[in-house]
Design a protein. Sequence first.
Length: 291
Amino acid sequence: MKIRVPATSANLGPGFDSCGIALNRYLTIEIGVASAKWEVRHEFDEKIPSDSANLLVQTALKLAPNLKPHVIYMHSEIPLARGLGSSSSIIVAGIELANQLGKLNLTSEEKVRIATEIEGHPDNVAPAVMGDFVVASFVDGQVASVQHRFPEVGIVGFIPDQQLLTAVSREVLPTQMSYKEAIAASSIANVMIGAILNNDMKLAGQMIEQDLFHEKYRSSLVPHMKIIRELSQKFDAYAAYLSGAGPAVITFLPLEKVKIFVDALNKIEYSGAIEVFKINRLGVEVFDNRL
Ligand code: HSE
């Protein structure tokens, strides 16, 4: 049996800790034979545990402590600590692993709730479970989420070679904001979401770039963001934003502009991978080997 979980890009500017999209890059785990001990055969570096201390197994055991150990093969196209939801993908895979091996019959809603409790915010885990574009909240222990179709647009990611840990990227955020600024920030987020639901990417993009919640505080950690945003404006992009806690930057633009924008992005002075993404519409999927 294989479990496949999509990469995700959270925030979309003002949808901080709330909005995210699923992308067509994947973490795939294959459940091998039952074994005396858990063994996770992965391709990450040796700092990532290969035994029951691995986040995948830890997550699965939280839900089903009596699961029989197995050999698990893990392959990920989602780079670690870049803002593309790598840890969320492992948490969601761990929940699905427990769901399948432990026959828990979890609903999507339950998976999102459990994953959010583990991750602390729903913006990556919710689209990783449900796919497409998800708007979610986690307030006073209650999770609410709504999935909606994201418009067909060009999606170009710039993924710097260097990692940026979420904890480091959250340390620069303020602990408080004024009532007036909170109203302004949330009204920008509201219009952003409404415009996406209305297929109006031009207006959505304007709102994305007016984020007041996090990007300005993080700008010194991600100097390439300003360069990419300025460049994207020359190609009539809708918006460029910090993907999750960064350092990846995602640009939304008309599909026909993708190629020339990628060519231009290749010439900037920062080193990183450039990837063209599509929206993943389905979220976590389970493939039975017998099929
Ligand atoms: N919303 C989170 C952040 C995503 O921006 O810090 C990363 O976990």
